[in-house]
Design a protein around this ligand. Structure first.
Ligand SMILES: *Cc1c(COP(=O)(O)O)cnc(C)c1O
Length: 505
C-alpha cells in the first residue's frame, strides 16, 4: 500500500534473534532509531522479517515476472544506480529504450516506414502507459471540439466492466467519465455491439482489452473496429480505439499471429503492454506505442536537449531506474521471436495440463478460454458446502497463493479462482497444484460431513431431552432446526460478502 495502514505504536519494538550478536537494544518500529547499527545487523533484521513474505514463484495471483536469467540479473545489478532520466549521462540506455519501442511497434504492426522511428515510450508499467495514452486521447478530442466550437468539458471513455483498476484511476484522476459495458453470466468481456451503442460525441476513445484481467479472454477488437468505423461514417465523430494489451501483447503476436487486434486495424491509435508481465522482465516496466506521430499531441511532449540533439519525453514521473529497460532489451535480443514463441507455447501447454486436471475432478466449471492469456479461471459447480474462497484460503497452507474473486456487474454472483501460468510455473508444479487442490477439497468434504453428522446428533439430542416437556416442544424443536440452517447460510453469506471487497491485481 502506498498509504500506510499500520497502526503506529511508539512502544512497539523489533527484536531480532540472530542480530543480537551485533545489537542488544530493540529497535523502535515506527520512529527512526536514534543510533546507527552495524550493517550486518541491519541486513539480518530485515532478512529475518522478509522470510514471512510469500514465495514469489508460488504467487500464482500475479502476471508479473518472478524469474530471469542470471546474466540478466547481473545487468540489472550493474545498472541499479543509473537514473533513467539523465539522458545526457546515459545516452546508451536511452538508445536501448528507443530500440525496444521500435521492436514493439513492429511486433504490433505499426505503419512505420523503413527509415522512420516508431512513436512510443517506456513507462513504469501499463498503468502509467494507460494514463499517457488516455491523456493523448483526451487532448486530441478537446482540440477537435474546440476547433468545431463545441463544448469540451464532458469527456467520457467506453470500456467493459471488466477493466483493470488503472482505467478507473485514469478516469478519476483526469476527470473523464468511465462508461462501462455491463457483463452477463457466461460472457465476461466487453460486448463490442453494446460498446459502440454507448459511444457518443463526447467519447474520447473505446478501450478494448487484449487479455481480460479476470479471465484472460481477448476482446474482439476486429469487430469493434468494424462497428465503430460504421458509426464514425454515420456521425463524423471519428472515435478511436485504444488496446490495453497489458498481458496479451506478448502472447497474441507469438501464438496467434493471424489474429487482428493491433495497428492492422485502422482505428487502433495506441496500444500499451506490460514489459513486466509476458514481456518477461521483473516489476517496473511497461510500454505505450502510438500509431503515428499525429496521434500524440505535440503539446504533451517535453523536450530535453542533450548533446545538441533533441530528446522528447512524455512520462508522469521524472526520475526512475534504468535496469528494467536494459533487462527488456536483454530479453528481446536473447530470446528473439523464436524464444518468446517457445516460452508462450510452453505456458499455454502447462495451463492446458492444469485445466484438463481440473475438468477431470468433475467439480469445476472452466471460465477462461482456449484463445487468450495462459491462465486458468474456474468456478466451483457445487457451492452448497464451501466456496472458492475457502479453497483459496486452504491452499495458502501449502504455500500456494491463488486469488478468488467475484465478477464485476452484472455477473457478481459468479465467483472464480484464477491461476496465472508464467514461464517459471513448470509442468511438475502444475501437477503438484492439482493434487493439492484435490487434497484441500477432500479435507473440506470430510469436515463438512463430520459437521453435518454432529449437527444432526445435536438436534437429535435436543429432540430427546425435550420429549415429554409437554405442549409446544415440537414447535420449539422445529425452530431450532430452522435457525440452525439459517445460521449456516448466514455464515457463508458473510464469508462471501467479506471476500467481495478484496479485488484482484
Ligand atoms: C496488469 C494490467 C494492467 C496494469 O498494468 P501494470 O503494468 O501492472 O501497471 C492494466 N490492464 C490490464 C488488462 C492488466 O492486465
Amino acid at each position: 500500500m502506498v498509504i500506510s495502514t499500520t497502526i503506529s505504536d511508539s512502544s512497539e519494538h523489533l527484536h531480532a534473534t540472530f542480530a543480537s550478536r551485533y545489537v542488544r537494544d530493540p529497535l523502535p518500529k515506527f520512529k527512526m532509531p536514534e543510533r546507527s547499527i552495524p550493517k550486518e545487523a541491519a541486513f539480518q533484521i530485515i532478512s529475518d522479517e522478509l522470510m514471512l513474505d510469500g514465495n514469489p514463484r508460488l504467487n500464482l495471483a500475479s502476471f508479473v515476472t518472478t524469474w530471469m536469467e542470471e546474466e540478466c540479473d547481473k545487468l540489472i545489478m550493474a545498472s541499479v544506480n543509473k537514473n533513467y532520466v539523465d539522458m545526457d549521462e546515459y545516452p546508451v540506455t536511452t538508445e536501448l529504450q528507443n530500440r525496444c519501442v521500435n521492436m514493439i511497434a513492429h511486433l504490433f504492426n505499426a505503419p512505420v516506414g523503413e527509415n522512420e522511428t516508431a512513436i512510443g515510450v517506456g513507462t513504469v508499467g501499463s498503468s502509467e502507459a494507460i494514463m499517457l495514452a488516455g491523456l493523448a486521447f483526451k487532448r486530441k478530442w478537446q482540440q477537435k471540439r474546440k476547433s468545431e466550437g463545441k463544448p469540451y468539458d464532458k469527456p467520457n471513455i467506453v470500456t467493459g466492466a471488466n477493466v483493470q483498476v488503472c482505467w478507473e484511476k485514469f478516469a478519476r484522476y483526469f476527470e473523464v467519465e468511465l462508461k462501462e459495458v455491463k457483463l452477463r453470466e457466461g460472457y465476461y468481456v466487453m460486448d463490442p455491439v453494446k460498446a459502440v451503442e454507448m459511444v457518443d460525441e463526447n467519447t474520447i476513445c473505446v478501450a478494448a482489452i487484449l487479455g481480460s484481467t479476470l479471465t484472460g479472454e481477448f476482446e474482439d477488437v476486429k469487430l469493434l473496429n468494424e462497428l465503430l468505423t460504421k458509426k464514425n461514417t454515420e456521425t463524423g465523430w471519428g472515435t478511436p480505439i485504444h488496446v490495453d494489451a497489458a498481458s496479451g501483447g506478448f502472447i497474441a503476436p507469438f501464438l496467434h499471429p493471424d489474429l487482428e487486434w493491433d495497428f492492422r486495424l485502422p482505428l487502433v491509435k495506441s496500444i500499451n503492454v506490460s514489459g513486466h508481465k509476458y514481456g518477461l522482465v521483473y516489476a517496473g516496466v511497461g510500454w505505450v506505442v502510438w500509431r503515428t506521430k499525429d496521434d500524440l499531441p505535440e503539446e504533451l511532449i517535453f523536450h530535453i536537449n542533450y548533446l545538441g540533439s533533441d530528446q522528447p519525453t512524455f512520462t508522469l514521473n521524472f526520475s526512475k531506474g534504468s535496469s528494467q529497460i536494459i533487462a527488456q532489451y536483454y530479453q528481446f535480443i536473447r530470446l528473439g521471436f523464436e524464444g518468446y514463441k517457445n516460452i508462450m507455447t510452453n505456458c499455454m501447454d502447462n495451463a492446458n495440463v492444469l485445466k484438463q486436471g481440473l475438468v477431470e475432478t468433475g467439480r469445476f466449471e472452466i471460465v477462461s478460454k482456449d484463445i487468450g492469456v495462459p491462465l486458468v479461471a474456474f468456478s466451483l459447480k457445487d457451492t452448497s458446502n464451501y466456496t472458492v474462497f475457502d479453497i483459496s484460503n486452504n491452499l495458502r497452507r501449502y504455500g500456494w497463493i491463488i486469488p478468488a474473486y467475484t465478477m464485476p456487474p452484472d455477473a457478481e454472483h459468479i465467483a472464480v479462482l484464477r491461476v496465472v501460468v508464467r514461464e517459471d510455473f513448470s509442468r511438475s508444479l502444475a501437477e503438484r497444484l492439482l493434487s493439492d487442490i484435490e487434497k484441500v477439497m477432500r479435507e473440506m468434504d470430510a469436515v463438512q460431513s463430520r459437521a453435518t453428522t454432529r449437527a444432526t446428533h445435536v438436534i437429535a439430542t435436543v429432540d430427546e431431552t425435550r420429549e415429554g416437556e409437554g405442549e409446544g416442544s415440537e414447535k420449539l424443536n422445529k425452530k431450532t432446526v430452522m435457525e440452525n440452517r439459517e445460521e449456516i447460510a448466514m455464515y457463508w453469506k458473510r464469508v462471501v460478502d467479506r471476500k467481495k471487497t478484496s479485488g484482484v491485481c
